[in-house]
Ligand binder design. Sequence first.
Ligand code: ZN
Length: 130
Amino acid sequence: MLPNYRRCISCRKVASKEAFWRIVRVYPSGQLQLDLGMGRSAYLCPEQECLKAAQKKNRLGKALRARVPQEIYQTLWERLGAVSPGAASRGSATRTTHEMQRATRTTQETLAAGPGDLSPKQPDCSRSTV
Ligand SMILES: [Zn+2]
C-alpha cells in the first residue's frame, strides 16, 4: 500500500487518506474523536453505505477496539446531511450501560450475601404510608 493511502473499514476501498473520514481513539484517554488526535485510527468513506455498514456491523468499534458513542455516528450522519437511524435514542448510552452493569453486579452480590427476607408479607402496621 502506498504511503498516505488508507483503507475504508466498510468497503475496503483504498484511497488517499484525505479522501476518508478519520476516527481516532485518542491515546491515552481512549476517547473517540474525529479528524484530529494521536492514537489508533480508522478510516471510512464519506458515504452513506459505508457509514451504515460501519454502524450496523460495528466495524468502527472493532477497528478501534473501543465502544463507539452514538454522538460519533450522529456527527458523521450530519456531515452527510442525513439523519442517523439511531437519532431518537441519542444520549449518554455509554454511561447508562455502565451504571446498569454496576447495578446488576450489586444485586448479584446482595443475593449472594444471604437468602434475604423470605417473608415479605409482613403486616404493615409499623409504617403508615397512605
Ligand atoms: Zn467505504
